[in-house]
Design a protein around this ligand. Structure first.
Ligand code: FES
Ligand SMILES: [Fe+2]
Length: 388
């Protein structure tokens, strides 16, 4: 039954989410989807450059002039908060001859190119360009000299970017996800930890792995162990299941140091929601925190996994917060490294001449749905040759 909480509906779990073909006939994707550079190229064009991807939290760039640089599927990017308090996303690329501009993160008054010192205001407009006043027809205020802006939308403090200006809005993409996660009040959380892991595997494998509990009793025998989960039907470009556990699974065996978030929905009290926002973002929402996995595809067998953790602001203001939060960071990194270890074995196996699609288990329901989402977005001529 749907119940209402703070104006949000709570979604109801199902035994599993399934779509054609029926269980017993459903198979994993042909290995070429994980090894063929031509398919990777098609995914870049038709999936990654057309969909919303997660790019960090607004609280990481909270004050005027705060910036963060990072790589994306569309190249080097930059988030910066203007003098007007507005957060903007730009290509981190100079308009003169395309050097990158800022590095890492920090606070800036001006963005100054390290090559010939063209300088930009925080809103991306060109402020100065040495020797250019002697160049005929050079108009520094012309829009072609302003930093290229990347489409950005924010949901509950989570920043999403999209290189496709014609893509549906983030709200449309997220569909009824706010109904499931609304009571966590992600917008009132603060990111307190991040790391990045370089992986030798295809981007899809990292997300597939993050969306099933079939492997957890084996791969994570020494850490989180076996898990029980239920699935949720969803509306929008996302998928969801919940690992059932009345206490937070964001720490290993010990009792969670933080209490449950106040006002959590009845459903959210039952365990951790693992949501995949297609194509590359996962939010894991436990009773006391939210952590993300965001994957950046680099090559068909090379991906960067970003992991970050967020807590309610009130928790982070406790004097002993760093000690209390340490076991969460330890768990997130340890479990991710166990996953990457098995995925690198899977990538090697997929490169075999004899690798073939295998029969799926009912516990692979999310995998099937994710694979269908990807295949459905690629042009027929790419897909046809791969399925026999
Ligand atoms: S490339 Fe930036 S000033 Fe020349
Ligand atoms: Fe795992």
């Amino acid at each position: 039954m749907n119940s209402h909480h703070n104006g949000h509906k709570t979604l109801s779990p199902q035994p599993y989410v399934w779509s054609e073909p029926p269980l017993g006939e459903a198979k994993s994707l042909p290995p070429a989807f994980y090894t063929d550079p031509a398919i990777f190229k098609a995914e870049m064009e038709h999936i990654h450059l057309k969909n919303w991807f997660f790019a960090g939290r607004v609280d990481e760039v909270a004050k005027r002039g705060d910036y963060r640089t990072f790589d994306t599927v569309g190249g080097p990017a930059l988030l910066i908060r203007g003098d007007d308090g507005v957060l903007r996303a730009f290509a981190n690329v100079c308009r003169h001859r395309s050097s990158t501009l800022l590095e890492g993160c920090g606070t800036a008054r001006r963005i100054i190119c390290p090559y010939h010192a063209w300088s930009y205001r925080l809103d991306g407009t060109l402020a100065g360009a040495p020797n250019m006043s002697e160049v005929p027809n050079f108009d520094p205020s012309h829009s072609s000299h302003k930093l290229a802006e990347i489409r950005m939308e924010i949901w509950e403090g989570a920043i999403f970017l999209d290189y496709d200006d014609t893509a549906p809005s983030l709200a449309e993409h997220l569909g009824n996800l706010p109904d499931l996660l609304g009571s966590h009040r992600f917008g009132e959380m603060v990111c307190t930890w991040r790391t990045e892991i370089e992986t030798r595997c295809n981007w899809k494998m990292l997300l597939e792995n993050a969306m099933e509990t079939y492997h957890t009793g084996i791969v994570h025998a020494a850490t989180i162990g076996a898990q029980r989960s239920v699935s949720f039907p969803t509306v929008g470009e996302w998928q969801s299941f919940q690992v059932l556990s009345t206490q937070s699974i964001a720490v290993l065996k010990d009792k969670p140091p933080f209490p449950a978030i106040e006002g959590l929905s009845e459903q959210s009290k039952q365990g951790t929601h693992f949501t995949l926002i297609h194509p590359t973002t996962q939010f894991a929402s436990a009773q006391d925190c939210i952590w993300w996995l965001a994957v950046r595809p680099v090559a068909v067998d090379h991906s960067i996994l970003s992991i970050g953790g967020c807590f309610p602001r009130s928790y982070t203001e406790q004097p002993d917060f760093p000690q209390l939060a340490a076991p969460y960071y330890k768990r997130w990194e340890a479990v991710a490294r166990e996953d990457v270890g098995i995925l690198e074995k899977q990538q090697r196996g997929l490169s075999s001449r004899l690798a073939r699609p295998g029969q799926l288990c009912w516990r692979d329901d999310m995998i099937l749905a994710m694979n269908r989402w990807v295949v459905g977005r690629l042009p027929a001529h790419i897909v046809e040759g791969v399925f026999e």
